[in-house]
Design a protein around this ligand. Structure first.
Ligand SMILES: Nc1ncnc2c1ncn2[C@@H]1O[C@H](COP(=O)(O)OP(=O)(O)OP(=O)(O)O)[C@@H](O)[C@H]1O
Length: 260
């Protein structure tokens, strides 16, 4: 499944949230979207998962305009893990993950053994099987995030949109969940704040600044000290790490390099 975003723009109250955005995710690619707070990452992802309609431009999945798909057709193709997912009622962890199966079922159709196996497997893969009967509301931030990832896994979509999928996770789960998502080998578009994680896992990166894509390329091409200074306003040293073979960034705060 491939995603094509062509020339999309969104203006709200005379503010250009997105300007002529073009972006492509080929089948099986893991693409990262990076940029400062407020640069437009979530807004762009929201248009991709159809909760914000652009004023101009086209977004298509395998050549089909996403705004012409029904919600059910969209959910069969695309799973979304958002930063915050408000859950109004007191569902258990298992009930939340089961919701991932609904695009594949008819109204009121009961769970098949396959559905139950998929739900159990998704819970196990994020390490939440033991908490399956606990109320979602009582979970820690990181546990909630793992449940939402399990729900996306249970949906078995061929395209995954991730808005900061690991921001609540401790370092072990960050790496484990990123490994898991990468191993799915499906098409992924992810907004990421951790640039070292972006460098290790993404095939290509798009950099967004004030609602515009300012550059794109492989992590080696994009994650350079000059660009990081211009976009993020920080000093860095970037090496190709001898073990991972990927760019590794060391960030220097002003204090750490201040010479007394
Ligand atoms: N509905 C809206 N009305 C007005 N302004 C909005 C609206 N939605 C987003 N914005 C503004 O658009 C800009 C981009 O927001 P967005 O959430 O896309 O940023 P982001 O890159 O995801 O930031 P962060 O890294 O902090 O999550 C922000 O300045 C935000 O205040």
């Amino acid at each position: 499944m491939n995603l094509l975003v062509e020339n999309i723009s969104i203006t709200i109250e005379k503010k250009n949230l997105l300007r002529n955005i073009g972006l492509q995710v080929e089948t099986g690619e893991f693409i990262g979207l990076i940029g400062r707070n407020g640069s437009g990452k979530s807004t762009l992802l929201k248009s991709v998962y159809r909760i914000m309609k652009p004023d101009a431009g086209i977004i298509s999945l395998d050549g089909e305009d996403i705004f012409r798909l029904s919600p059910r057709q969209t959910a069969q193709r695309m799973a979304v893990v958002r930063q915050e997912a408000p859950v109004e009622f007191d569902f258990t962890v298992r009930e939340i993950v089961k919701m991932g199966r609904s695009p594949h079922k008819r109204l009121l159709q009961s769970d098949s053994t396959d559905d139950q196996d998929i739900v159990n497997d998704s819970l196990s893969r994020v390490g939440m099987r033991d908490l399956a009967d606990q109320s979602y509301m009582t979970l820690s931030g990181g546990e909630k995030q793992r449940v939402l990832i399990a729900r996306a896994l249970a949906q078995q979509a061929k395209f995954l949109v991730l808005d900061e999928p690991t921001n609540h996770l401790d370092i072990r789960y960050q790496l484990q969940i990123m490994d898991l998502l990468k191993d799915l080998k499906i098409t992924v578009l992810a907004a990421l704040h951790d640039l070292n994680i972006a460098g290790v896992y993404c095939d290509r990166l798009y950099v967004i600044e004030s609602g515009e894509i300012v550059t794109s390329g492989t992590p080696e091409e994009v994650l350079r000290p000059e660009l990081l200074r211009n976009v993020f306003g920080v000093e860095t040293e970037v090496i190709i790490h001898p073990i991972t073979g990927k760019p590794h960034i060391t960030f220097f705060s002003e204090m750490s390099i201040r010479k007394e």
